[in-house]
Ligand binder design. Structure first.
Ligand code: SAM
Length: 286
């Protein structure tokens, strides 16, 4: 079975009367090179346990099954369950769970089904919930070593953006706080069925046990980052002092920024991850 072949994919789906749902972000991968790139960069071994988000018809799932010890595929669309039963019939190391990834207790799944394995997440993500999925995996601190995901190009640009660029924002800082993201390859609309309107990129994130920088108060760190990018045209001093989550006077914030050797009129978008860390550490001591 070669599901990157559009006629084979259609032949699999047709008997089940399956029709693609736009609102569930169903654009199935039909490009072999992109499929290989996702699998290679996920760096799977015989000790890997993979969580796949949104298996669709099982195209990527089949490759993951060939390269990992166990695969748990979480799919929201009931209509795809019989399709997956057929496309994954030859593998005994896969389990499909019918649920919404955002409501799924991933830690319990790891404890119950992937215990002792090196956990990787792999997915061609449904684009309408890309950021909530990525943030869920980071914030729940589940022991995932790497995440390899297909996302919309604009999101990949934001995830990997450097300070001072137009794409640099709260998502860049969050992703680069929890992981080391790198771009693997791009996928134009013709790599999917049906074709999406946007270009896509595969991003691989190595996730260390501890975040990339150490901060004294993580909640304050993210409140500072959120406020700094919430009002991009304002100076950092004004954005942070206007934040409803940070109760520190404008005068104190100005002093901290100046003590850091920064221009007091600087905008948040110019601060590196380390500088955001230093700023929130200094503010936590006020
Ligand atoms: N992995 C397949 C592929 O590459 O061909 C399908 C990828 S398609 C872009 C996204 C998949 O995510 C669809 O199968 C869709 O039904 C599923 N999906 C959408 N929302 C979901 C959710 N909240 N939880 C789990 N799966 C979801």
């Amino acid at each position: 079975m070669k599901l990157t072949n559009p006629s084979e994919l259609k032949r699999l789906l047709e008997p089940y009367g399956f029709s693609f749902s736009k609102s569930l972000g169903q654009n199935f991968l039909i490009d072999e090179n992109v499929l290989d790139s996702i699998c290679e960069s996920a760096n799977l071994t015989e000790n890997s346990g993979v969580i796949e988000i949104g298996p669709g018809a099982g195209t990527l799932t089949r490759e993951l099954c060939k390269n990992a010890k166990k695969v748990i595929a979480i799919e929201i669309d009931k209509a795809l369950l019989p399709v997956l039963k057929e496309s994954l019939a030859e593998f005994d190391n896969v389990e499909v769970i019918n649920s919404d990834i955002l409501k799924t207790d991933l830690q319990s799944i790891i404890n119950d089904k992937l215990n002792g394995l090196d956990i990787a997440v792999a997915a061609n993500l449904p684009y309408y919930i890309t950021t909530p999925i990525i943030m869920k995996i980071f914030e729940e601190r589940i022991p995932v070593r790497s995440m390899t995901v297909m996302v919309q190009k604009e999101v990949a640009d934001r995830m990997t953006a450097k300070p001072g660029t137009k794409d640099y924002g709260a998502l860049s800082v969050a992703v680069q706080y929890y992981s080391k993201p790198k771009i693997v390859c791009s996928a134009l609309p013709h790599c999917f069925m049906p074709q999406p309107k946007v270009a896509s990129i595969v991003v691989n994130m190595d996730i260390p046990n501890e975040p990339i920088i150490k901060v004294k108060n993580e909640k304050l760190f993210f409140a500072v980052v959120k406020s700094a990018f919430g009002q991009r045209r304002k100076t950092l001093v004004n954005s942070v002092s206007n934040s409803p989550y940070i109760n520190i006077s404008k005068q104190d914030i100005t002093k901290v920024i100046s003590d850091m050797g920064l221009d007091i009129n600087i905008r948040g978008e110019r601060l590196s991850l380390e500088q955001f860390g230093e700023l929130s550490d200094r503010l936590s001591e006020i």
